[in-house]
Write a protein that binds this ligand. Structure first.
Ligand code: BG6
Length: 481
């Protein structure tokens, strides 16, 4: 496997001692995503040489108990890491017990960070990750600010960054107030808003594919593309996240963020550079150009559904009308995409788990060809498979061999799994995101402009949500009405 060096050795800031503080380290997100990704980076020697993780949470543990808990949470498969690496990784961790609403706990945390800095003899960089439910963000951010924990020493000798997870707010109003609060405490350069879909390898590949293959870009517009269908299907139900999920539903869970992130990469203009600012700006333009769906059209252009059995899931209210499925027909204004429908669709408990994008090109006008073949107007479809089984597929027509002039559709496929050097090199989403947060690269993180623009599109739909009928579908359904 080829491992890319994470930091340029000449870059004094990223090689600088760094502390990663996980607020809510005993939670699900830390154990499923953060800690395994940090261990992976550590084992690949992609973390700064002086590095420490400080966990903060409500529960009280002895040092040994904490170590055992983290080891268990890492959920390491036999042979996945060298035992020595796991031990060293655990040696870099310490714990501070405290209640999220207790100012004294933040003072203790401050002292703990200070003692690490004293040991290293430097003011270290600090990354704070809020691994807590969003309703705790405001309180935690206020305490972090009051305790001056997030104040950098200065730009050169120790920066501070904050990593937060979606959902960023609950609608345009709460998103704005969260943003305002973040803006008071941090500069935009310090805020890393995680939408882990942006870090998916096959999704980033869309930009590489579009802008490095000149054969597609000239026809990437309304004159040649008929429609685009973005799908994020999951075969699982809500599992043990019932209570949380029931309070937000599919549209806020994946629509406002992951699905719109995919849309931006499919639809955006050439950013002209690979810099974070240029790419984020182009993504934001697409979101800003999404046409708001007026109330009278919501019923026509939006479908919402709920799988049968959802209301019996643990944590879900028995009479819940929360959607587990949605499909939206969206349009982007401007000369490039005017009139092209973008179908945005996602659901739980569907027939299969897959994330993919189908780009349907316009059909040929059969009359031009004077052919009796029924297949002459089968459209070309370009499919980007994001997961599982990452790849690209192109459906095109070929002449059926023989004396006639019939055509039939065939498919060209490229799969990452067919190229071992590709398949093995796909970084896990969180690994990629954390590495970029250490390095200060914000390309794969959502900007404030993107967040606000996405809520501007989603909020009017939500305002009319209760007007929409809730389609009940059986688990394992392939297509929903
Ligand atoms: C999360 C949602 O953000 O993304 C989950 O909260 C969803 O409901 C998940 O299952 C999908 O992510 P992935 O990477 O598993 O496709």
């Amino acid at each position: 496997m080829t491992v890319q060096p994470a930091f340029k050795s000449t870059d004094p800031i990223t090689l600088h001692p760094t502390i990663f503080i996980i607020l809510g380290i005993t939670g699900d997100l830390a154990s499923r995503k953060l800690l395994p990704a940090l261990l992976e980076l550590f084992s690949k020697k992609l973390l700064p040489p002086q590095f420490s993780i400080v966990g903060f949470s409500r529960r009280s543990f002895s040092r040994e108990e904490f170590r055992d808990l983290i080891r268990e949470h890492l959920n390491v498969r036999p042979g996945q890491f060298r035992e020595e690496d796991i031990k060293h990784f655990l040696d870099h961790m310490t714990y501070e017990q405290g209640l999220f609403n207790d100012p004294a706990a933040y003072t203790r945390l401050h002292l703990q960070l200070q003692s690490i800095d004293d040991r290293w003899g430097r003011c270290s960089n600090k990354i704070f990750h809020l691994s807590v439910p969003p309703n705790l963000y405001e309180g935690i951010l206020t305490h972090l600010s009051n305790s001056r924990l997030t104040e950098p020493c200065d730009d050169k000798t120790g920066w501070t960054r904050i990593l937060i997870e979606k959902p960023f707010g609950n609608d345009i109003h709460t998103a704005r107030s969260l943003d305002k609060m973040l803006g008071k405490l941090f500069d935009e350069k310090q805020i890393f808003r995680i939408d882990h879909y942006l870090a998916k390898e096959a999704l980033q590949n869309i930009l590489a594919f579009r802008f490095s293959n000149p054969m597609f870009e000239p026809i990437w517009n309304k004159d040649h593309i008929d429609r685009i269908h973005i799908k994020l299907y999951e075969s699982n139900g809500v599992g043990d996240r019932g209570e949380f999920y029931d309070s937000i539903g599919a549209l806020k869970d994946v629509g406002q963020n992951h699905i719109l992130a995919i849309l931006t990469l499919i639809a955006m203009n050439d950013p002209g550079s690979l810099g974070a600012d240029a790419i984020r700006k182009e993504r934001a333009k697409i979101l800003n150009n999404l046409k708001m769906i007026p109330p009278r059209k919501v019923r026509l252009d939006v479908v919402k559904g709920q799988y049968v059995g959802y209301t019996s899931e643990k944590g879900v209210k028995p009479l819940s009308t929360t959607e587990t499925y949605f499909r939206i027909k969206a349009y982007i204004s401007g000369s490039k995409w005017n009139g092209v429908p973008f179908y945005l669709e996602s659901g739980k408990a569907l027939a299969e788990s897959k994330a993919e994008i189908d780009v349907y090109f316009k059909k040929v006008k059969k009359a031009h060809w004077n052919s009796s073949s029924n297949n002459f107007d089968v459209p070309n479809i370009l499919t980007f498979r994001i997961q599982p089984d990452e790849g690209i597929k192109i459906k095109f027509n070929v002449k059926t061999p023989g004396y006639g002039f019939d055509v039939e559709p065939k498919t060209l496929k490229f799969k990452y799994s067919d190229v071992s050097s590709f398949h093995d090199a796909i970084p896990n989403d969180y690994e990629r995101l954390l590495r970029d947060a250490f390095a200060g690269d914000q390309t794969l993180f959502a900007s404030t402009e993107e967040i606000i623009a996405s809520w501007k599109f989603i909020t009017p739909i939500l305002d009319n949500w209760s007007e929409l009928p809730l389609v009940r579908y059986e688990k394992g359904t392939k297509e929903i009405g």
